[in-house]
Design a protein around this ligand. Structure first.
Ligand SMILES: NC(=O)c1ccc[n+]([C@@H]2O[C@H](COP(=O)([O-])OP(=O)(O)OC[C@H]3O[C@@H](n4cnc5c(N)ncnc54)[C@H](O)[C@@H]3O)[C@@H](O)[C@H]2O)c1
Length: 253
């Protein structure tokens, strides 16, 4: 079955982790995928790996916090593949679990620029193309910290809630123009994400992880990619403006 045949999908942060698996799974479903990542080395490796597997992939080096880079990411995609049908806003960083009393301005600003403003900029850029071609789909990577209050640092929790809010706003306002916008809200997934946080706020870490023993299990990138395929494909045609918790029921408690 090829659920994304001939679709063109941009996946940000797809040089590793969840984004890489979403890109691979989309390509296996027939999509042409744009690997958009800040890390030039993992970006090149991913494109080469996919092409070796016979998948159709094209790489664009991008810092999602840069307006120029976002413009180039979408313009290069259209120059290379002729269109864009799916945008997955997945690139994101952690906030060292900084609790409100310990927030550092540089961490706050970086998390806002990448995890929030980057998502807005990419949506702002693709929406006119989607309108012109009669529709398109956006999948935003939120987090369980976008649905619950105490499981991350302040900045990360704030921006992931904002991503859920933007998802609903876009779905509501552009749904009538055949644009769907949904989000995935995973709990812990096995990637390098946590290891990339270097100087953890010890208080923040301690209070944010109090309930981890009740988390049924850590998710896999394949399980998150399965949700991302569903949300990008016509199988989810009736769904717009939701954030799907991908947490084995952890937040249901
Ligand atoms: N892993 C988890 O436990 C988990 C849980 C919930 C939500 N998430 C979210 O999933 C998304 C992906 O995380 P992951 O676990 O795959 O992490 P990861 O660190 O493995 O991958 C993130 C990717 O984003 C890229 N990136 C970082 N900053 C960028 C920038 N400014 N511009 C472009 N690319 C950039 C990195 O180079 C990397 O390839 C993030 O938005 C994260 O918040 C992760």
């Amino acid at each position: 079955m090829s659920r994304l045949n001939d679709k063109v999908a941009i996946i940000t942060g797809s040089g590793s982790g969840i984004g890489k698996e979403i890109a691979r799974s989309y390509a296996k479903e027939g999509a042409k995928v744009v690997i958009a990542d800040f890390n030039d080395e993992s970006l090149r490796e991913t494109v080469a790996e996919f092409q070796k597997e016979g998948l159709d992939a094209f790489g664009v080096q991008v810092n999602v916090a840069s307006e120029d880079d976002i413009q180039r990411m979408v313009d290069d995609t259209i120059a290379h593949y002729g269109k864009v049908d799916i945008l997955v806003n997945n690139a994101g960083i952690g906030d060292e679990m900084q609790a409100a009393g310990n927030v550092q301005d540089d961490t706050w600003n970086r998390v806002i620029d990448i995890n929030l403003t980057g998502v807005m900029r990419a949506m702002r850029k693709v929406i006119p193309h989607f309108i012109e071609q009669g529709g398109g789909t956006i999948v935003n990577m939120a987090s369980i910290s976008g649905l619950t209050g105490g499981r991350g640092g302040l900045a990360y929790t704030a921006v992931k809630h904002a991503v859920v809010g933007m998802t609903k706003n876009v779905a509501s306002q552009y749904g009538p123009l055949h644009i769907r916008c949904n989000a995935i809200a995973p709990a812990q997934v096995a990637t390098k994400f946590a290891a990339n946080m270097s100087k953890m706020d010890q208080f923040g870490l301690e209070v944010a992880t109090r309930g981890v023993s009740m988390m049924p299990r850590v998710g896999t990138v394949e399980e998150v990619a399965n949700i991302a395929i569903f949300l990008a494909s016509d199988e989810s045609s009736l769904i717009n403006g939701v954030a799907i918790a991908a947490d084995s029921g952890w937040s249901a408690y």
